[in-house]
Write a protein that binds this ligand. Structure first.
Ligand code: PMT
Length: 398
């Protein structure tokens, strides 16, 4: 982070006081910090305090008192990263809709650098569909969400809406800069989502994977300059356009296998987050199977194990990382897969951990490396898991 120019935009919420600690952490790490306050933010945290901590002038209006213009275009263009924390419901709404009635919003709209935003508000506001929609909208524009955390709020209510702690925000920043340029030009292959194995034209064997984990991984690698081939099973949500991600949609495991093998040859790094069906119906009926009798027996055939196959093809220059989704003897099974499939690392998630695995926006994982080192992470957003994975992959490449 040394020498990086970070623009910290603070909007008017009680969490603004936490920005003093955040500014200190950034300055200590060697960053050059420029603070921009919305007019309301100055009610919550003193510009003087922020100026002392950032060792810099604090800006909040389009012009200074002696009539000089605070040039928002220059501010935006000269920065390596813009962080908006706390991002109140009001500021989020304006950012999502292109409104621009203060210096911070004008700077945001002019920014060419990456933008991170850390929402902070009361829990009912945070749950409101319009706020959720605004957050979604901002993510779709390529902004990076630092999710609000759960806990006691200033109102005395308990729930989600607290701004992430300064240390957590700092971790996002470090993750962002740590991978800086190190993945430029790297080819990354990522799989996401389930596979569907046809029983007949209307039914299939599938699982609960939504592809969120794989999408987060693809996005995190692309954000660090990698060129990502993202192979998605059915039902995985569309990502906003990202020129670094080339998405290929498949349905069944056999199709995913074929596409993976084709792209694997060129991949420097492969991460298999898809939940591939281990078995498929021996024969998919060509017409809808009609209801007859009390039982229906379907013969199942083993699908190819894609990851294991790639493990046999892997060269010394390639990194191959799998996931293990377990429900019992988790570590033992994951270590067995690591070895059997010839992987450099495996990411274990267990359905016994609340908030981990399918569907949600969070996961709780343990990285298990070939070197026998383990790294257990607490429950965190899938986005954060993905960013931590990027950092670990960069270390493995070194
Ligand atoms: O998609 P989400 O809703 O966000 O959920 C994320 C997730 C739970 C799907 C993800 O975190 C995860 O754990 N993915 C792997 C699920 C799985 O199939 O695990 P497994 O232990 O059965 O398989 C081990 C590894 O082998 C995986 O990397 C899998 O992609 C791969 N595999 C498995 C079977 C098969 N026939 N071919 C494979 O390549």
């Amino acid at each position: 982070m040394k020498g990086k120019r970070i623009l910290l935009g603070i909007s008017g919420g009680i969490a603004a006081y936490k920005c003093c600690a955040l500014v200190r952490l950034m300055v200590k790490a060697g960053a050059h910090v420029q603070v921009v306050l919305t007019p309301d933010a100055a009610e919550f945290v003193s510009p003087l305090t922020l100026s002392v901590l950032s060792k810099n002038r604090v800006l909040s209006a389009f012009s200074t008192q002696d009539g000089q213009w605070n040039n928002h275009v220059d501010l935006a263009l000269q920065s390596d990263l813009l962080i908006i924390a706390p991002a109140t419901a009001n500021t989020l709404g304006k950012m999502a809709n292109g409104l621009c009635d203060n210096l911070l919003l004008a700077t945001y709209l002019s920014a060419k650098c990456s933008v991170m935003f850390a929402p902070a508000m009361d829990l009912d506001m945070h749950e409101h569909p319009s706020v959720k929609q605004n957050i979604k909208q901002l993510i779709s524009y390529g902004n990076h969400l630092i999710p609000a955390e759960s806990g006691e709020l200033a109102s005395g209510l308990v729930g989600a809406g607290r701004m992430a702690e300064p240390e957590t925000i700092m971790q996002h920043i470090v993750n962002y800069f740590d991978g800086d340029k190190k993945l430029k030009g790297k080819q990354v292959l990522v799989t996401a989502g389930p596979t569907y194995e046809a029983i007949d034209p209307v039914r299939f064997i599938g699982n609960h994977s939504t592809g969120k984990m794989g999408l987060a991984i693809a996005t995190a690698f692309a954000a660090q300059g990698a060129e990502v081939i993202l192979i998605c099973g059915p039902g995985v949500q569309q990502l906003s356009n990202n020129s670094n991600i080339n998405r290929i949609d498949v349905i069944a495991a056999s199709e995913m296998h074929q596409v993976c093998v084709h792209h694997f040859k060129k991949a420097d790094i492969t991460i298999m987050a898809a939940a591939v069906a281990d078995y498929k119906p021996a024969q998919a009926a060509t017409q809808k199977i009609k209801k007859k009798g009390e039982n229906l027996i379907i013969d199942l055939l083993k699908n190819p194990d894609i990851l294991q196959d790639l493990g046999t093809k892997k060269t010394a220059k390639q990194l191959l990382i799998g996931f293990a989704l377990e429900t019992q003897n988790e570590l033992e099974h994951a270590k067995d897969k690591l070895k059997r499939k010839n992987l450099d690392a495996i990411i274990l998630n267990s359905l016994n951990d609340k908030g981990a695995g399918f569907g949600g926006d969070t996961n709780k994982v343990t990285f298990i490396f070939k070197s026998k080192k383990n790294k257990a992470l607490p429950l965190m957003s899938k986005q954060m898991v993905a960013e931590t994975l990027v950092v670990e992959v960069v270390k493995l490449m070194e």
